[in-house]
Design a protein around this ligand. Structure first.
Ligand code: FES
Ligand SMILES: [Fe+2]
Length: 395
């Protein structure tokens, strides 16, 4: 008897092959393919208000770093272990000119320059020999962006057309969140499964519109006609949603780089998207997101879902409610810390996921061949056009 022959009645799980994930697409530490690709872009690592005179530990792309703001107002992002004998600058004191280590008082500025060594003869005669490892930062849209790649490859910080078009009755607000109001700000799964969800438009029809009742606007709940198109920066998912009045809602979500995207308002607010979101891989199995959006003056938050089910936040829902009314958190964290690509069966409706992965693979290939990845500019300003939005077309 051939024991390997397919059978319909004896179970199939025993014969499963070991589960694996695509390391090159998911892991983000320095020296990994994706880690090096992502280090060629600027990433928001905190809101401006998070950099204060109290040092803060943040983890970015698997690296633990210290964020602070010196008393002249300059933000700094430095390696935590003091260049003298390695205690953490988390216990440092922020001063006018930088951060002073608690152990022997060495003072470093926001670029890691050593300014004082108080126990050394004459206050330190060879200060320039020591430099605390540091990363460059820039403040924009209420966020602190860091560049953590090779210094000679530092691109310009991109600007976004929709965030630059601020009217006199509007402000820009910045936010950090994961994906469930009331849930953790840092979510426990790999960044890629969150990012891919943005191009996985059919899940809106099932998860958000049928399985768990209508979680977004009714206008988004019909079965879409979808196409995906590459753009100079990434990828657009264009879906036409039939409306009750016979018209069509054309909803365009847009990827603007390997971890940047614009998802229009889920309450079907008409018009071009007024926000940009950046996914920040914290490490291989955690991510957070930063957003910047235009809002009416006086509004301190981007318009977003306030509750997930029956007026409840994520952490107010019972286990039974999480099972009966799952949302993005359950679906994506439910894929595991890093989803197993070896177990997937990608089909026609996953075309966008496939296109996005191909785009990442092309960038990885470019890097491996010594070329620059897409979407980086070393020249003057880089202004990114944003096509995302909810556009109501008449019947
Ligand atoms: S360990 Fe920081 S000054 Fe000595
Ligand atoms: Fe979703």
């Amino acid at each position: 008897m051939d024991h390997t022959a397919p059978s319909t009645d004896v179970g199939t799980a025993y014969n499963m092959k070991p589960s694996t994930y695509d390391v090159s697409l998911t892991e983000v530490r320095r020296g990994t393919p994706m880690g090096e690709l992502l280090r060629r872009y600027w990433h928001p690592v905190a809101k401006c208000e998070d950099a204060t005179d109290t040092p803060k530990v943040i983890t970015v792309l698997g690296e633990e770093l210290i964020l602070f703001r010196d008393k002249t107002g300059r933000p700094g992002l430095v390696y935590p272990r003091c260049a003298h004998r390695g205690t953490t600058l988390y216990y440092g004191k922020v001063e006018e000119r930088g951060i002073r280590c608690c152990y022997h008082g060495w003072l470093f500025d926001v670029q890691g320059n050593c300014l004082e060594q108080p126990c050394e003869p004459g206050g330190g005669k060879n200060l320039e020999r020591t430099r605390q490892p540091w990363y460059p930062v820039q403040e924009k849209y209420g966020l602190i962006f860091a560049y953590m790649g090779p210094p000679e490859k530092k691109p310009v910080l991109p600007l976004y057309e929709n965030l630059e078009a601020v009217r006199s009755d509007e402000d820009i607000v910045a936010e950090q969140k994961a994906f469930a109001p009331g849930g953790p700000i840092i979510a426990p799964c790999n960044w890629l499964q969150y990012f891919e969800n943005g191009v996985d438009v059919y899940h809106v029809y099932i998860l958000h519109s049928n399985f768990s009742t209508v979680q977004f606007a009714e206008e988004l709940a019909s079965f879409p006609a979808v196409k995906w198109e590459y753009t100079p920066y990434g990828l657009q998912a264009i879906r036409d949603l039939p409306q009750k009045d016979g018209g069509t809602l054309r909803r365009i979500t847009e990827f603007l780089g390997p971890v940047c995207r614009s998802i229009p308002d889920v309450f079907a607010l008409p018009g071009p998207s007024e926000r940009i979101e950046w996914i920040l891989p914290v490490d291989d199995t955690h991510f957070t997101t930063f957003s910047a959006g235009r809002v009416p003056k006086g509004q301190d938050k981007i318009r977003t879902r306030k509750a997930l089910h029956n007026g409840k936040l994520y952490d107010e829902m019972t286990e039974e409610e999480h099972q009966k009314y799952p949302n993005d958190y359950e679906a994506q964290v439910g894929q595991g810390p890093i989803t197993f690509h070896s177990e997937e069966h990608l089909v026609t409706s996953d075309k966008g996921v496939g296109m996005y992965r191909r785009q990442l693979q092309n960038s990885l290939k470019a890097m491996a061949e010594g070329r620059d990845p897409d979407g980086v500019s070393f020249g003057n300003d880089m202004m990114v056009k944003v096509g995302a939005g909810n556009f109501f077309l008449n019947s």
